[in-house]
Design a protein. Structure first.
Length: 139
């Protein structure tokens, strides 16, 4: 049976009642509105995973990264020393900026971060907030 034929023959009220019983997990592949609802629900259920934002930056998934950054922006802007390779960053936003520009070359995600910093950060924001660690002994 063809789904379009079934969709055209059913009344709109019946279709709306049927859609109420379908979970948003299955409807998330249909439209962007359902996907956003499902994604926000997933973000609230799970804790922050460091490999997840690296995965988003590595593959340059800028649409997903935009919603991810909206949700975690207040956590990322807090000052906390973060050690990554031979650098020390003041907060997670600086780390994400470094990863998107230097490590993974994800330009669309970098553009989203710069736009969010301009709109949400009121103070003058400077990117040079990373330090180089040098642990070499000299005699």
């Amino acid at each position: 049976m063809d789904m379009s034929l079934l969709y055209n023959t059913l009344n709109d009220d019946v279709i709306s009642v049927i859609f109420e019983f379908i979970p948003t997990e299955f409807l998330s592949l249909c439209t962007q509105e359902y996907w956003i609802q499902n994604y926000k629900k997933k973000l609230t259920e799970k804790s922050l995973n460091r490999s997840y934002y690296r995965f988003l930056l590595r593959n340059d998934f800028y649409i997903i990264f935009d919603y991810f950054l909206d949700y975690y922006y207040n956590i990322f802007k807090k000052k906390k020393k973060i050690y990554y390779k031979k650098y020390v960053f003041q907060n997670h936003l600086d780390l994400l900026t470094h990863l998107s520009s230097q490590e993974y070359n994800s330009q669309k995600c970098l553009k989203i971060m710069i736009d969010k910093k301009k709109t949400k950060h009121r103070r003058k924001y400077i990117y040079k907030n990373k330090k180089l660690i040098s642990n070499k002994w000299s005699n």
